[in-house]
Design a protein around this ligand. Structure first.
Ligand code: G
Ligand code: G
Ligand code: MN
Ligand code: NA
Length: 254
């Protein structure tokens, strides 16, 4: 309950920050970043989203917090544009189910993109399988409306939920994000390697990008590359970083 009260104050008190974790292609160029929220609590220090996102979903706080994440990510894209740098970098934002299924979700994204005059293709929304299947009619409507604007979609934690292969062909999905639990077992359990290989192959055959998350070792990266995975994210390349450190890494690499 203490954390719940503090969470109510957190937005007003400006205690949230975005961290950025790079996403690279096969030749190591940084093409995007996933934005990951952090809560700098005045007493507890840095609180992980694992400790407060679920609570925020239960209390409805996720609605204003989710809006703040989208607005802050878009404001950052605009800042880079004004500075004439990071021109083609995409930002991937995690969206939680109550946020996505809220009535004004599409309108808020449309409004925010217009406000900053951004190319909508620079914004990628990470949806989970459970979010998508939660209310499939609402999902189809909203994804199609956002796709018409030009917003992109990635299926987060792919392979861990109740995946229906049916929806993959019905929804405007640009990318499958292979769950890190499979990636981390590459070279350890044969079945996980087979699953990874199968997801990459399916994505390729459907004309969808594949991105592996949680890549920690060169062995994993090599296996993924050998099987045609398009993009990589994980500690092998970088941890999620605060803005200034992410910018430094980007400038050094690109
Ligand atoms: O870095 P990591 O500890 O950041 O993230 C932990 C979990 O919190 C992940 O499942 C991630 O998807 C989720 N998460 C991180 N940032 C956000 C956010 O801005 N919104 C939502 N809904 N989830 C987030
Ligand atoms: O659920 P989602 O995929 O959005 O969350 C991403 C989570 O994975 C974040 O908590 C992030 O900090 C974490 N993460 C990112 N890269 C790695 C990695 O290479 N290894 C591990 N163990 N976790 C990672
Ligand atoms: Mn994610
Ligand atoms: Na994920």
């Amino acid at each position: 309950a203490a954390l719940e009260n503090d969470l109510r104050q957190a937005l007003e008190e400006n205690q949230f920050q975005l961290y950025y974790q790079m996403q690279v292609n096969q030749i190591g160029q940084i093409l995007g970043a996933e934005v990951l929220i952090r809560w700098l609590h005045p007493q507890r220090g840095l609180v992980s989203p694992l400790e407060f996102i679920e609570l925020a979903e239960e209390t409805g706080q996720i609605l204003p917090i989710g809006k703040w994440v989208i607005e802050t990510a878009c404001a950052q894209l605009k800042t880079w544009e004004n500075q004439h740098r990071f021109a083609n970098l995409q930002l991937a934002v995690n969206v939680s189910a109550p946020q996505f299924h809220q009535n004004d979700f599409v309108e808020h994204i449309r409004h925010t993109l217009q406000h900053y005059r951004l190319n909508p293709e620079r914004l990628k929304l990470e949806l989970t399988e459970s979010l998508v299947l939660d209310d499939i009619e609402d999902t189809i409507t909203k994804m199609q409306q956002l796709r018409e604007i030009g917003v992109r979609f990635s299926m987060d934690d792919f392979g861990t939920g109740y995946s229906s292969l049916y929806y993959l062909t019905k929804l405007p999905i640009d990318q499958l994000k292979i769950d890190q639990s499979f990636v981390q077992n590459i070279g350890i359990t044969q079945n996980d390697g087979v699953i990874v290989q199968t997801i990459i192959g399916m994505a390729n055959n459907l004309g969808i990008e594949s991105l592996a998350e949680g890549v920690e070792t060169e062995e994993q990266r090599a296996f993924l590359e050998q099987h045609g995975c398009n993009f990589y994210q994980g500690y092998l390349f970088s941890r999620p970083l605060p803005l200034n450190q992410f910018e430094e890494r980007f400038i050094a690499a690109n």
